[in-house]
Ligand binder design. Structure first.
Ligand code: PGA
Length: 249
């Protein structure tokens, strides 16, 4: 079994208009000129998925969605299915981001249903987990995170390509990051959980770190034990910053 290549994915969140495709084009051009060691993905808002796929088609940048609904289609005003993301050109989808878990009350069970939907549509899920500051201060980090991993990853993922992203809620968009020791402790615990769930195949999925990753801290974070890439929010919006992280991988 080969361990999957690291993945550096940009999460644009609710940012980006047509003009922002220029940033994605700049990333694509730079990695075509100098192919990095990692896979590179950008997850724009759903309005840009199709246009970005058209603009970057076939290049080194993979396109992802930021969420999907579990159902294939139906009367769900405002929602988007995994099949629709795939149809628009996305090969990946972020699921269970803390902004959705907290803002929309998404449970582990719902995240697991969305993961099943992504598999059904042939879209690779990036499943996010992470503790709040209160949970960390209470000493519950490992229990919370491994509990989320167990309950958000359905057994049907066995043998399928997927990634896990560890994103401490208190580190997202705050400029704060855990120490390397704290990151490694959680990533090792996630790896052990994956092996317990999926056997030897559990060694394969990359475990991304996310939360205030920037060019200045990327190299040391990406070298940490069991860190297999990064999920990058704010610093993925500008090509120069995102490339600084990609080239550190
Ligand atoms: P940040 O966001 O890099 O802006 O902290 C990361 C994320 O929410 O995925």
């Amino acid at each position: 079994m080969t361990v999957a290549r690291p993945l550096v994915a940009g999460n644009w969140k609710m940012n980006g208009l047509a003009i922002s495709l220029d940033e994605a084009r700049a990333v694509a051009a730079a990695i075509d000129a100098q192919p990095p060691a990692c896979r590179v993905a950008i997850c724009p808002p759903s309005t840009l998925v199709h246009r970005m796929a058209d603009a970057l088609g076939g290049g080194g940048v993979e396109i992802g969605g930021q969420d999907c609904r579990a159902e294939t289609n139906g009367a769900f005003t405002g929602d988007i299915s995994a099949e629709m993301l795939a149809d628009a050109g996305a090969g990946l989808v972020i699921l269970g981001h803390s902004e959705r878990r907290a803002g929309y009350g998404e449970s582990d069970a719902l995240v697991a249903a969305k993961v099943e939907a992504a598999m059904r549509a042939g879209v690779e899920p990036i499943v996010c987990v992470g503790e709040t500051l209160a949970e960390r201060e209470a000493g519950d980090t490992l229990a919370v995170v491994t509990g989320q991993v167990k309950a958000s990853l359905p057994s049907a993922l066995q043998g399928k390509a997927f990634a896990v992203a560890y994103e401490p809620v208190w580190a997202i968009g705050t400029g704060l990051t855990p120490t390397l020791e704290q990151i490694e402790a959680v990533h090792v615990a996630i790896r052990e959980t994956l092996i317990a769930q999926f056997g030897e195949e559990g060694r394969n999925p990359p475990i991304l770190y996310g939360g205030s990753v920037k060019p200045s801290n990327a190299a040391e974070i990406l070298k940490a034990r069991e860190v297999g890439g990064a999920l990058v929010g704010g610093a993925s919006l500008k090509a120069a910053d995102f490339l600084g992280i990609i080239m550190a991988a």
